[in-house]
Unconditional design. Structure first.
Ligand SMILES: O=c1[nH]c(=O)c2[nH]c(=O)[nH]c2[nH]1
Length: 302
């Protein structure tokens, strides 16, 4: 009989949807989160013999998420995740590591009342906090931040082989849905105060957008590098940032059959076909010199 041993394992409750309302008189404030908890530690026995003695139920982790929202409020995705991660490791000696992931959805106020909201169409804010009993690792980010430059983008001078048909262009649309994760150097270990998470998030988002808008682009790779280096250069707390950027191709429609010209600078403006697939997928990590690359390569796993 071949023998087996247990490898990496973790467990917890995924996707606890928690909505916290703060009532400030008749003006309400909303935090809308999707929280996933993963715990690991001395969990051999539950796998080998079925003894649950070391297993804090996933139902309890779910309850803790809701109870903490009530007892502590939700100051920011990062702070809430760190609070939970510390709690699970500190509270159960058999649990050595906790990872808490948060997606945050934003709501805009509808003017008529203090308690009416419309889900805003912006990006989703992301936070992941891991705690090993000593150090926190905080990775924040965003996904589905959709941006488009209607000019100021070229793509030419690339390598060619017998299968290359792409025409070189000196004026194209550049569009992408930004997915980015950045890691903070702060670990909570040396008593240093935590960054202001909301301000740091807003800064990173602004630098990403400004670099996208201000870069005259020769490739999405170049634009991506500028976005990343701008974030790292402007925020001493951020050690590295990783992007996954679909190149959302917009092709000029061939109007020759209709006897119409359709050039980027045509009078009245050009018409494009927005292709949804396949798309180029451009990915990279941009690091502070000397920093370690700790953000996983595949952002869909984070
Ligand atoms: O910005 C781009 N980078 C590429 O690597 C690439 N490849 C391609 O076909 N179009 C583009 N555009």
């Amino acid at each position: 009989m071949p023998t087996t041993v247990l490898g990496q394992n973790q467990y917890g409750k995924a996707e606890c949807r928690v909505v916290k309302v703060v009532r400030d008189g008749t003006t309400h404030h909303i935090k809308d989160l999707n929280v996933s908890v993963s715990l690991s530690g001395e969990m051999d026995e539950v796998h080998y013999s079925g003894s649950n003695a070391n297993v804090l139920p996933t139902d309890t982790t779910k309850n803790t998420v809701y109870a903490f929202a009530r007892e502590h409020g939700i100051a920011s995705a990062e702070e809430f995740a760190a609070l939970l991660a510390r709690h699970f490791v500190a509270g159960q000696e058999q649990i050595h590591r906790a990872r808490v992931r948060v997606e945050e959805y934003a709501w805009d106020r509808i003017a008529a009342t203090g308690h009416s909201f419309v889900r805003d169409g912006r990006e989703t804010r992301l936070a992941q906090v891991a705690y090993d009993g000593e150090q926190l690792q905080v990775i924040a980010g965003l996904k589905d931040l959709t941006v488009l430059n209607s000019t100021g983008s070229e793509f030419w001078g690339y390598a060619k082989d017998r299968y290359t048909t792409l025409p070189e262009t000196h004026d194209r649309i550049l569009a992408t849905d930004v997915s980015a994760r950045w890691r903070y150097g702060w670990t909570g270990a040396d008593g240093a105060p935590a960054p202001d998470w909301d301000a740091a998030y807003a800064r990173a988002r602004t630098h990403i957008l400004d670099a996208f808008a201000e870069t005259y682009s020769l490739s999405l790779q170049q634009t991506m590098y500028r976005m990343g280096s701008r974030v790292v250069e402007h925020d001493a707390d951020i050690e590295e940032i990783r992007f996954s950027l679909p190149n959302k191709h917009h092709f000029l429609v061939d109007m020759e059959p209709f006897g119409l010209k359709n050039e980027p600078d045509a009078p009245g403006g050009p018409v494009y076909f927005a292709a949804d697939r396949p798309y180029g997928l451009i990915e990279a990590t941009i690091l502070r010199e000397g920093a370690e690359q700790l953000i996983p390569v595949d952002l869909t796993t984070l």
